[in-house]
Design a protein around this ligand. Structure first.
Ligand code: CUA
Length: 384
């Protein structure tokens, strides 16, 4: 008799179903597994799929993934087949019969200890190798660049060595430009909690640990825009903590870096000028730096550096897109996004520091007026 013990919910339901129900259940579970795996496997070109590596680190990591997956599948099939063989071959065939009773088999036990040990050792060596490969830029690389990525709740700060001297740094946020074909070493840090730096098409996730540091590298083999995402739960807006890696030809990268190192062009437009005044008076400048090059430890690091905010394709750490299909910033989109953000930042990014700490959001007497918002939008849009 079949008993209900130890079968789990699915087992019990399955056993008590009719033939048709059984088929439906099997199809449903198959569909569910395909769905669960499908988002990424079926469409490798999806922005955050790891199945379309576009750089050497991601390629190497995908290779080890396949080896372990296929190796694991082979082991599963072999063990399953041996188990089914034993169950069928040595089953009790009738009520009267007592099947052969066996205890111990030295040769078999040695085999099933030694073979798995070799297999596991093989995977361990390959995995550790990949770990070291992913951590450090290959020694034979002719040229490399190094940048700092710093996690904040909930946005990413990036610092580049300045073309104007090693004591200066170019600071930007939520958008990393890198030159195509050149290995990029990234030093990871965090100012608050643990975040994780992940660009699925370029490299696996690495934690950004406060005061501990960490490092990794990646390289883009072709120009393009690569999606990045915080991959470690870090609070309310963890899911809203995104960034983009923009890989461009080395010459274009150099131009970008010197543009970023130069002061932002301030507009002569009267409304923008008014906005510049409000930026100071309303307290924005207490948290957002407008200096393009900030020495380490400079003030205005609580919020993203806004020196060239109007050159960025996204706003609010990837939450609002300012660019057209070709990746060019469209001022109309940018203005609309800035307005939405200034009107109510917590609607875009729940829990963000600005809405809980800036007086213009916490003190009802200081709420930004329509005119002030328009002026700030005009000013920020001018910061190319
Ligand atoms: Cu930062 Cu999750």
């Amino acid at each position: 008799m079949v008993t209900m013990k130890n079968r789990g919910v699915f087992g019990s339901v399955f056993i008590n179903s009719s033939r048709t129900q059984k088929i439906v259940l099997l199809l449903m579970s198959l569909a569910l597994s395909v769905l669960a795996a499908g988002c990424f496997i079926i469409d490798p070109s999806a922005n955050q799929s790891t199945f379309e590596p576009l750089g050497p680190v991601a390629e190497r990591q995908l290779t080890i993934f396949w080896w372990i997956l296929i190796g694991g599948a082979v082991v599963f099939v072999l063990v399953g087949a041996a188990l089914i063989y034993a169950l069928v071959k040595f089953r009790r065939r009738s009520e009267e019969e007592t099947p052969i009773q066996v205890h111990g088999n030295t040769r078999l036990e040695l085999l099933w200890t030694i073979i798995p040990a070799i297999v596991v050792m093989g995977f361990a060596i390959a995995s550790i190798n990949t770990l070291f490969y992913s951590a450090n830029v290959p020694k034979d690389s002719e040229k490399t660049i190094t940048l700092e990525a710093i996690g904040h709740q909930w946005w990413f700060e990036f610092r580049y060595p300045s073309p104007n001297g090693p004591e200066n740094e170019v600071v930007t946020a939520n958008e990393v430009y890198i030159p195509v074909g050149i290995p990029v070493r990234i030093n990871l840090e965090s100012v608050d909690v643990i975040h994780s730096f992940w660009v699925p098409k370029l490299a696996g996730k690495v934690d950004m640990v406060p005061s501990e540091g960490n490092h990794m590298w990646f390289q883009a083999d072709e120009p393009g825009e690569f999606y990045g995402q915080c991959a470690e739960y870090c609070g309310t807006s963890h899911a809203n903590m995104k960034f983009k890696v923009i890989a461009v030809e080395p010459a274009e990268f150099d131009t970008w870096l010197s543009d970023q190192a130069a002061p932002a062009l301030e507009s002569g437009d009267p409304l923008a000028k008014e906005g510049a005044g409000i930026f100071k008076d309303a307290g924005c400048s207490g948290c957002h730096s407008l200096k393009t090059i900030a020495k380490t430890g400079s003030k205005g690091r609580v919020g993203p550096n806004l020196a060239h905010v109007a050159s960025r394709r996204d706003l609010a750490a990837g939450m609002m897109n300012n660019a057209d299909g070709a990746g060019n910033v469209n001022d109309a989109y940018l203005q609309e996004n800035l307005r939405k953000w200034l009107e109510n930042p917590s609607e875009i990014k729940p829990g963000n520091l600005m809405s809980s700490q800036a007086a213009v959001y916490t003190d009802p007497n200081k709420t930004l007026t329509e005119r002030q918002i328009s002026a700030l939008v005009a000013y920020l849009t001018s910061l190319k």
